[in-house]
Design a protein around this ligand. Sequence first.
Ligand SMILES: *Cc1c(COP(=O)(O)O)cnc(C)c1O
Length: 360
Amino acid sequence: MNNIYLVPGPTTVPAKIRAIYQHDFGSSDLDSDFFQLYSATEQLLQQLFGTTNSVVMMTGEAMLGLWGGLKSCLQPGDKVVSIANGVFGRGIGEMAQSLGAEVEFVEFPFYEAASDFERIDTVVKRVQPKMITAVHCETPSGILNPIAEIGAIKAKYNTPLLYVDAVASLGGAPVEVDNWHIDICLGGSQKVLSCPPDMTLLSVSPTAWETIQQVNYSGYDALGPYFNALKQQLFPYTPHWRGIAALTLATKMLLEEGLEQVFARHQQVATFCREKIAELGLTIYPHDKIYAAPTVTAINVPKNFTWNKLNNSLREHGLIVGGSFGPLAEKVFRIGHMGSQADMKLIKNALSILKLALAL
Ligand SMILES: *Cc1c(COP(=O)(O)O)cnc(C)c1O
């Protein structure tokens, strides 16, 4: 029996994408075919990000972009307002602190969305930060935060930079970088795009580029060298041709299906998952299902189980799902239904296995 993998990233890589990694390409430092591919992929990704801003593709897992975006824009003493209603939101604020930024957290319980806009407005008004940070999909708690309203607050107070982690939503839910006033928006290859965990994606606004130039950070994760990389045909290190070719195909597959259709597929699977969870007598972790993410469902571990016992039983039946992190470890488990895993047949099978495991 084949296992069913519904881990919320890295997701299952479809055979068509895996096949790209068997190809041999030329030299990505020198070959004009590579530069054309990079440029074409950037244009495809702009459609996912909903932007005319440039999109940088760096070799490395999404954390590379999370760090690179902060290090390239922040200097010690810079003020940052960090919206923290989850493991990643909190973590990004702490990363900014580690760089010497003065961070003010706007905290919410992890089971709530960052939807008290008055509170956020008040803090931004008082602090006048250089940057606001937020997370679109908080994967460990299964929450999709409303970024449009946070973007409106950024615009209202002319905050220079809005930094948004959309790693677990990009492609699976609408992300509107331009309409939401996002300056640095982060994506990764191993979530909805269903590629290996080898690429980080960042949309970078003109204001962010100006800041990046002023800060002039240098390091492997520095964004600066990407500003003119295509024009000068000079990347800071050998780019990952296979990884970028895989992103091209993955993005084309989503665009050919149609983004509206892709978002509807994610919604349909998520809704079905939540309904079945309720039928099984389980509860989802987010208190308000309006903010439950379309890409991942976080479920409270039932009282008569430990996560370990439940996980072992699910694995015996061939279902691999995720636990959670930080304060949610052992308390919450997660079904990842993003990208290749946003599939009605897979989720139906998975939920029958969950039912069996619970009956033990
Ligand atoms: C997956 C993910 C990342 C990347 O982190 P890893 O845990 O290293 O995969 C960053 N932000 C969010 C919201 C994610 O879901």
